[in-house]
Design a binder for this molecule. Structure first.
Ligand code: HEC
Length: 254
């Protein structure tokens, strides 16, 4: 066997396979065996709680109808929010799996290609040691952006409109529309919609750098529009009084 080239390659192949299995499966399993798998209840952190209560403020009627009303007493209300939030996380994860969001979105920031510049901190193994990552939702393709640091990056209003009709916010987007998360209107998410919003606002909420916003840069078009506005206003106030006032009124009406 060792006389032939293919025999040597075959043995080398088997060895490489064994080494890869050791380094990619056995070693990490040994390193992280002491880490307990977190339950959805343990995953409710302050950032997520903020977002969840924010849902109750933004969509008061939908929240009341599909999730409920918190008890009046403050302590009991806090407990109630925590419980509901954990339930919504589980349901949201199920919907994310069921709708196949993972076909187009990864949940894994790789330590290559400066991905951290775009998405935030590189993923760490322990981030996946929880109930909501069974099955693990790394994803295999990125038709859309990575979502593992999505929390706090956009408002829940933005997400609601985007789920209802992605092209309204992102012209040309190939992301499907999800009208069945709503009672006919993006301002009225149903139970499934609220659950998915909770889940998306959870992704990355455990990081120190939360919320992760990109640096705000005004678009060139917005700059031009603002300059035109300023110039119009200047021209209007430079003219005689009555006309100037009229022009100003027109501007504020817009
Ligand atoms: C056919 C592929 C596809 C599917 C399926 C898909 N998306 Fe997307 N998604 C995209 C693309 C492409 C974008 C970027 C353009 C845009 O914003 O619409 C995007 C954008 C997003 C964003 C905005 C990210 C950001 O901050 O810019 C979120 C959140 C999102 N998708 C969540 C979901 C969820 C949740 C599902 C499942 C219910 C889903 N997507 C299903 C392709 C997809």
């Amino acid at each position: 066997m060792f006389e032939s080239k293919s025999g040597v390659l075959f043995i080398a192949g088997l060895l490489f396979f064994a080494i890869a299995f050791l380094s990619n499966a056995v070693l990490p399993a040994l390193m992280y065996q002491h880490l307990e798998e977190k339950t959805a209840e343990q995953l409710v952190n302050a950032n997520l709680r903020y977002q969840f209560e924010d849902l109750a403020q933004r969509f008061p009627e939908s929240f009341k109808e599909h999730i409920g009303t918190p008890p009046e007493e403050e302590e009991k209300a806090a407990e109630w929010y925590d419980e509901q939030c954990a339930d919504m996380l589980r349901l949201g994860r199920d919907i994310y799996v069921g709708e196949g969001c993972w076909h187009c979105h990864s949940q894994f920031v790789r330590p290559v290609s400066n991905e951290s510049e775009r998405f935030g901190p590189v993923a760490r193994s322990e981030e996946y040691q929880n109930e909501l990552q069974r099955p693990v939702l790394f994803g295999t393709r990125r038709v859309g952006p990575d979502l593992s640091r999505e929390s706090g990056r956009r408002s829940s209003d933005w997400h609601a409109v985007h789920f209802f009709k992605p092209t309204d916010l992102s012209p040309g987007s190939p992301m499907p529309e999800y009208p069945w998360f709503f009672d006919g209107d993006p301002a009225k998410p149903n139970r499934r919609g609220l659950a998915l919003l909770t889940y998306v606002q959870w992704l990355g909420s455990w990081l120190d750098s939360y919320p992760y916003y990109e640096d705000y840069e005004e678009s060139a078009i917005a700059q031009l529009e603002r300059r035109a506005d300023d110039e119009a206003r200047e021209a209007a106030t430079a003219g005689d009084e009555p006309e100037g006032e009229k022009a100003n009124e027109e501007l504020t009406d817009e």
